[in-house]
Design a protein. Structure first.
Ligand SMILES: Nc1nc2c(ncn2[C@@H]2O[C@H](COP(=O)(O)OP(=O)(O)OP(=O)(O)O)[C@@H](O)[C@H]2O)c(=O)[nH]1
Ligand SMILES: Nc1nc2c(ncn2[C@@H]2O[C@H](COP(=O)(O)OP(=O)(O)OP(=O)(O)O)[C@@H](O)[C@H]2O)c(=O)[nH]1
Ligand SMILES: [Mg+2]
Ligand SMILES: [Mg+2]
Lengths: 481, 311
């Protein structure tokens, strides 16, 4: 099974718990593991090498705090370094005081430029701006149509000159026209080009010279491998980038390209694209991507996603309860329902630390979820709020109600009660608490991949039809009495 | 013109002479030692061959060295070529053909990998060998995707079956097969929407297209080509695995090899999943397609190394 970085480091520092300092000898082996983790996450070889050096320096001589294991200290060091290198966040687009603000988007073929242009137009619109999109990809078949369709969806005008061959002219015209209109943001969608294609790289720098954009963004696929560095460098050399936008972050990429790009250009990652829809644009959070790169999942996004799909009030309540440690099974159920709305369970659970790769081979089936639901639905509201009060006779009643075995009920309750304090730590608490909670959650995931919370295998599956039958039978017998 | 020349030509129009990466690690006469094996490992990683496969290859070289089969640096490239390329038999790389009636080829992959352009390329390739071809515009989702394929159909002078944007892709595929059968074409190329391998419902959609197509042509699809962008990193292995779970991926089409990316990830995919590469894409026009040649590929993989990273 997949070994996470934390497992590996745990192995290396095995006997060191609670005493001594992290020394050169054990740090070296640890750093090899860190390097492999980075490489597996597609961080560029050279960048990884430099990064590991930094971490090594930062780690040496760190006291092993009593409560934390050395491997945890190490992970924290690496994590913090990653966050520091990838940050700070710089998501605001600086609009100029004398409009229009001109934004140029460039990147390799198929990286997501056209879609991201439309996403940015929407972003500007939401901030009260009046953007215009400019179709400057005169090369790819139907590139202009694509931008027009997207513009129409947003009600944003699109500047097109279909009989032109020269994108420099089109862009210049568009900016001129915008100056005379009420449009205050001009977004230039350029054709995809290879970093090594001199001719096309000159063309895009001519566009830049002709339009003097206030912001120039590189659009890069978050799944890019080692090539991210060569690409980012070449575009930065020609265009003096203001930032990068990493697309397709909704995939299960570990996202090492983010570190590579930041390391070689020093320019901030402005946004990330997380879907094909035009609202799927998010701020870049170094902490989350750091977690992904290290294979520790993405807890914050998980929690946030859950909140987005639950309604706001419900979310607020759940958050408070989570912090107080009084989360009930009802809340748990609505979280699960929320997860369901977010899409396949498996993908959501992948974000839990340590679950990521463990889950790959295990299907956390919807049927399992249905089983939880069946059990929870058979409880009274009081029981749901206070699952710790469910004793044997209640357990039997609940089991009957949903057509399962009493052990399944107790397993669910037990798992839930185990999770509750961890959720509490996650919701409140400082970094130390959260790290510890993440670790424990992660360990839970590894011990019981696909069983969150899992009920004894081999026991009867919850079958809604069967449950219904039992329920009806009981009703009938009651009526007869 | 082979891939090597082709890439050279692509590069020469652009940038200064490249440093010879692996060759720099492997100068004539240098004796093999652990340091060299380490440098080699890094060179493989720089080409996107992931840690797992690079490790394995390094082990094989080490074993051959210890066994006295290799001793000097210059022997390594040939050894690597054999080791990597030897696993690609030529039979693997042929396009499948229907025993009778039209051959149906699905072209699938994640967003923006190069599917639609690769369909145009395959169309050109097949027509050059005398096949009649029909295109099915089954990306009904992305803005102007149908227009894009329509333009290619017009330029290439082939028929296309398409519906309205937003319509059911399986229905389009079904109609394409019906039209292909009626017109007696040799090959039906199905362009599909980009989908992430993590989107289970979209992977299920592929499966549905397959089922619906089989109502018309039971043995279809005869070929499912997964288009991978050469710039992609380790995630490609996840992609290949997930796509292969949903439909029988029979080969890879590696697009955008004309860039600075090495596409070394296909070595890992072949190593771990045994899916052969069938074609490579080397540009944006329909002519920019080549059948895959493992020897040339391995050569190109090690030809250069990325420039030093600025600190
Ligand atoms: N899942 C996902 N798909 C995306 C994202 N951004 C863009 N896409 C998809 O990626 C594909 C390519 O996007 P485009 O916007 O056409 O890319 P482009 O860079 O303009 O492409 P060219 O103009 O051909 O170079 C499309 O299918 C988009 O829907 C994202 O953040 N997530
Ligand atoms: N340089 C180069 N560009 C390519 C190659 N193949 C495709 N492209 C370009 O990559 C971009 C995306 O190609 P498409 O064929 O639209 O990709 P797709 O997978 O159909 O994209 P979606 O349908 O949006 O998912 C376009 O700009 C193509 O011109 C190639 O081999 N080399
Ligand atoms: Mg575009
Ligand atoms: Mg397409």
């Amino acid at each position: 099974m997949f070994e996470t970085l934390s497992d590996k480091l745990g192995g290396i520092f095995g006997g060191l718990r609670g005493r001594g300092k992290i020394t050169e000898a054990n740090v070296q082996e640890a750093m090899r593991q860190v390097r492999t983790a980075l490489l597996e996450a597609d961080v560029n070889v050279e960048v990884a090498r430099d990064f590991v050096k930094r971490c090594q320096e930062a780690a040496l001589g760190q006291e092993v705090i009593k409560t934390l294991k050395p491997d945890q200290v190490m992970i924290k060091v690496v994590h913090d370094q990653l966050v520091e290198l990838m940050g700070p966040i710089e998501s605001r687009i600086p609009f100029v005081s004398q409009p229009p603000t001109v934004i140029l988007m460039a990147g390799l073929q198929g990286s997501g430029k056209t879609t991201t242009c439309a996403k940015l137009a929407r972003y500007c619109q939401m901030r009260g701006k009046k953007p215009i999109l400019v179709a400057a990809d005169l090369k790819r078949p139907a590139a202009i149509d694509q931008l027009e369709v997207l513009g129409k969806q947003l009600n944003v005008p699109v500047h097109t000159e279909r009989d032109h061959q020269n994108p420099v002219k089109v862009c210049r015209n568009a900016v001129h026209a915008a100056r005379k209109s009420d449009r205050d943001v001009v977004i230039l969608d350029t054709a995809g080009r290879l970093a090594i294609d001199d001719e096309l790289m000159s063309e895009v720098s001519q566009v830049a010279n002709a339009t003097r954009p206030h912001q120039i963004y590189l659009v890069l696929d978050a799944m890019t491998g080692q090539d991210a560095v060569a690409t980012a460098k070449a575009f930065d050399a020609r265009l003096e980038l203001d930032g990068a936008i990493l697309t397709k972050f909704d995939s299960d990429t570990r996202g090492g390209a983010a570190l590579s790009v930041k390391a070689v250009t020093g320019k901030p990652i402005k946004f990330i694209g997380v879907g094909e829809k035009l609202e799927a644009l998010e701020e870049f959070h170094p902490e989350r991507v750091a977690g992904r790169i290290l294979g520790m999942g993405d807890v914050v996004t998980l929690v946030e996603k859950a909140h987005e799909t639950m309604d706001a009030e419900q979310a607020q309540k759940a958050q408070e309860k989570m912090a107080k440690g009084t989360l009930g099974l009802d809340d748990f159920l609505s979280q699960l329902e929320g997860f369901r709305k977010m899409g396949p369970m498996k993908q959501v659970l992948k974000m839990i630390p340590g679950m990521g790769d463990a889950l790959k081979n295990v299907d956390l089936p919807e049927s399992e979820l249905n089983r939880f639901k069946g059990i929870i639905h058979s409880m009274t509201p009081k029981e749901r709020a206070n699952p710790d009060r469910i004793e044997a006779s209640r357990r039997r009643r609940i089991a009957k109600g949903c057509g399962c075995e009493p052990q399944e009920v107790s397993a669910l309750v037990k798992q839930f009660l185990n999770m509750r304090p961890l959720m509490k730590m996650m919701a409140g608490g400082g970094i130390g608490d959260r790290m510890a909670a993440m670790q424990s959650l992660g360990n839970m995931g590894q011990l019981q991949a696909g069983q969150v919370p899992k009920i004894a295998r081999g026991s009867t599956k919850y079958d809604p039809r069967k449950a219904d039958k039992i329920r009806k039978k009981r009703k009938r017998s009651r009526r007869r009495k | 013109m082979g891939l090597f020349d082709f890439i050279r030509k692509g590069l020469s129009k652009t940038r200064e002479k490249l440093v010879s990466g692996l060759r720099a690690v492997l100068p004539f006469g240098r004796k093999i030692d652990e340091d060299l094996l380490d440098e080699l490992y890094v060179a493989m990683l720089a080409g996107d061959i992931g840690p797992a496969t690079a490790d394995r290859l390094q082990d094989e070289i080490r074993a051959a060295w210890k066994a006295g089969k290799l001793s000097e640096a210059q022997e390594i490239l040939a050894f690597l070529k054999d080791t990597i390329a030897g696993t690609w038999t030529s039979g693997d790389r042929q396009l499948a053909r229907a025993e009778s009636g039209p051959t149906v080829i699905f072209v699938v992959g994640i967003n923006g990998s190069g599917k639609t352009t690769s369909v145009a390329k395959l169309c050109q390739f097949l027509r050059a060998r005398g096949d009649s071809v029909l295109l099915g515009a089954c990306d009904t989702f992305r803005a102007a995707a149908i227009d894009q394929l329509t333009i290619w159909a017009e330029r290439l002078g082939v028929d296309i079956v398409k519906h309205q944007p937003g319509s059911d892709p399986a229905a389009v595929a079904f109609d394409a097969c019906e039209a292909g059968l009626a017109r007696g074409v040799d090959t039906i190329l199905i362009d599909t929407a980009g989908r992430l391998h993590t989107q289970d419902h979209l992977m299920a959609e592929l499966n549905k297209i397959q089922r619906v197509v089989q109502k018309k042509i039971p043995a279809a699809p005869h070929e499912v080509l997964l288009v991978l962008d050469a710039t992609i990193g380790q995630n490609a292995v996840n992609q290949a695995r997930s796509f292969a779970e949903a439909v029988d991926v029979s080969g890879l089409f590696v697009a955008k090899l004309d860039g600075s990316a090495k596409g070394g990830i296909v070595v890992s995919i072949h190593d771990q999943l045994a899916i052969p590469v069938k074609f490579i894409g080397l540009g944006e026009t329909p002519e920019d397609i080549r059948p895959f040649d493992p020897g040339e590929f391995v050569e190109a993989l090690f030809e250069s190394e990325p420039e030093e990273v600025n600190k």
